[in-house]
Design a protein around this ligand. Structure first.
Ligand code: ADP
Ligand code: MG
Length: 307
């Protein structure tokens, strides 16, 4: 295929968004490690689409100077290609740790995980994912265009190709015309969009986003949420998105993974079948509010579980 043609990977919506379900707008999937039927259900649905991420009974204990920290325990999670999955849970429940495991930046203490059907280490070598942090982490001495081109330089793309891709992906995040600006000349929201363009520049199938809009004000965040949703729709990428925000998780996701702290566990996986085309107004609907209640209930139960 032509290099990096994410716009051409438009998906068959019926297979990606999942079929409309009767009896409620959300389908609740029990924690997979607790219900064998849920596991087989997940496997059946993923037979349609290959798995982008397959986490099997993963635990991670950090060896800290002052003792061990059990960050994750017995996590099972299968994410199909093209899904938009959010991890939500209180601070310290292991959301970043789970993302870093998928990115091969941490190793599990027990269990196994596959990314695009290979080990996380192999997936990292094939540059299967783009990782977006809370802070945009752009180099201040490079222009926006040169920041986007950086991973392409490292990967040995030709100058022409680097330019073409920077132009294309900056356009995709609505930053055309800002190529020659430096990061400090852009607002926080624009900088974060530039970092998304950089993560997209080498066309990874998987985007790992760790609270990317957490530091932005609500108006900018709303706007970026809408843009991210459109971008996901256009590109067909799998997105794993960490957030503290219940409305953000519901607005964006096809599934919401609710996590509990000490040690981090998956306590609920909520399947969201809000219409694929969503505008911010959807947050005013009864359907949205019901979903928020469901997530809140999960978070609350996770908390009391440990008290
Ligand atoms: P979250 O992203 O949900 O806030 P993290 O994954 O960052 O949570 O952390 C989960 C737990 O693991 C926390 O208790 C945190 O203090 C601990 N932790 C994270 N990274 C390390 C590390 N490198 N060494 C020791 N403990 C860590
Ligand atoms: Mg974190």
């Amino acid at each position: 295929m032509g290099v990096g043609m994410p716009l051409s990977t438009h998906r068959d919506e019926s297979s990606v968004a999942g079929p409309p379900r009767s009896g409620g707008l959300f389908r609740v999937v029990k924690p997979m490690h607790m219900a064998a039927s849920a596991v087989s259900e997940t496997r059946v649905s993923s037979a349609v689409r290959p798995l982008a991420v397959d986490v099997r009974d993963v635990s991670l204990t950090y060896e800290a100077a002052d003792g061990e920290v059990a960050a994750l325990s017995g996590v099972n999670l299968a994410i199909a290609e093209g899904e938009f999955v959010s991890f939500i849970g209180p601070s310290g429940c292991g959301k970043t740790t789970l993302l870093r495991l998928i990115a091969d930046l941490e190793q599990p203490s027990a269990g196994a995980l596959l990314v695009n059907g290979m080990s996380a280490g192999q997936a990292r070598l094939t540059r299967a994912y783009g990782y977006i942090f809370q802070a945009p982490a752009l180099y201040p001495w490079r222009t926006i265009e040169k920041n986007v081109m950086l991973p392409l330089e490292v990967m040995g793309y030709s100058h022409r190709e680097r330019r073409e891709r920077a132009t294309r992906y900056l356009a995709l995040v609505n930053l055309s015309g800002f190529e020659r600006k430096f990061p400090w000349q852009l607002s926080g929201g624009m900088q974060q969009r530039a970092s998304i363009a950089r993560a997209l520049s080498f066309d990874p199938a998987l985007l790992l986003m760790d609270e990317p809009f957490g530091a932005l004000d609500e108006i900018v965040r709303d706007h970026l949420n809408e843009q991210l949703l459109r971008l996901w729709d256009k590109t067909g990428k799998t997105v794993i998105f960490v957030t503290h925000s219940i409305p953000e998780a519901i607005f964006l996701s096809t599934r919401i993974v609710v996590m509990s702290p000490r040690p981090g566990r998956i306590i609920d996986v909520i399947e969201c079948d809000l219409p694929r085309e969503r505008t911010l107004e959807i947050r005013e609907t009864a359907q949205f509010v019901r979903n928020a209640q469901r997530v809140r209930m999960g978070l609350r139960s996770g908390h009391s579980y440990d008290e």
